[in-house]
Design a protein around this ligand. Sequence first.
Ligand code: AP5
Length: 213
Amino acid sequence: MRIVLFGPPGAGKGTQAKLLAKRLQLAHISTGELLRAVIKAETEVGKVAQSYIKQGKLVPSKIVRVLAENTIADNQHDQFILDGYPRTMEQAEWLTAFLNKNQANPFVVVSLVVPDEFIVKRLSQRRINNDTGETYHLTFNPPPAEVDPTLIIQREDDKPEAILSRLREYHGRTEPVKEYYMSHGNFREVDGVGGVEEVYGRILEVLHSAVPA
Ligand code: AP5
């Protein structure tokens, strides 16, 4: 199976993609994580990416192409879940062309629906472990006491101005991708409001109906 997990920033894509990848034995390809890895490694590409990400802007497609599209193409005989890709029409068109050439597995787009007011609450209270990348939420999923508190940080793009800018980018540049999939693909919407397990159950249900075993 090949899944695009689609949704606004903070919709829970990363949280759900990890659970689904484990259960369905899929490669989890997160463009955000690929970008954060090159930023941490302080590469030239990482420095350019960081300047966009900290302002809440999408990274230029030529950078995403090198990282994400090569990773997707490397996995072409496998099954995967894409988290944070595609986010522009240019990226969606690349993916369509890629899938048309490699039609082996069923393809489904699952779109998490979460209103902006929930997004702001989720992202402003998100914290991550700077070593492992593990994600927490100060209210819903606080970091365990045994984790060194100095490792727990707030992502630069989870500061209030960057959150607003990410939402603007989403509504302006990424929502057209959703409209494209609504008319072109195996597209399913899922209510992303509710507990993690509840949303996970809803996604499994739509996957079952979209791709019967
Ligand atoms: P990326 O890391 O992909 O950021 P994002 O899409 O903005 O998504 P997030 O990671 O912020 O949120 P999420 O939906 O994964 O939610 P999460 O599960 O963490 O990308 C970062 C940046 O890189 C982008 O802004 C852009 O600049 C660049 N980029 C990435 N891909 C790109 C591309 N293709 N093209 C160009 N640029 C690109 O959950 C959020 C919080 O909510 C957590 O605290 C979590 O614990 C909590 N939570 C999760 N589920 C629930 C729930 N059900 N109830 C309550 N709380 C919940």
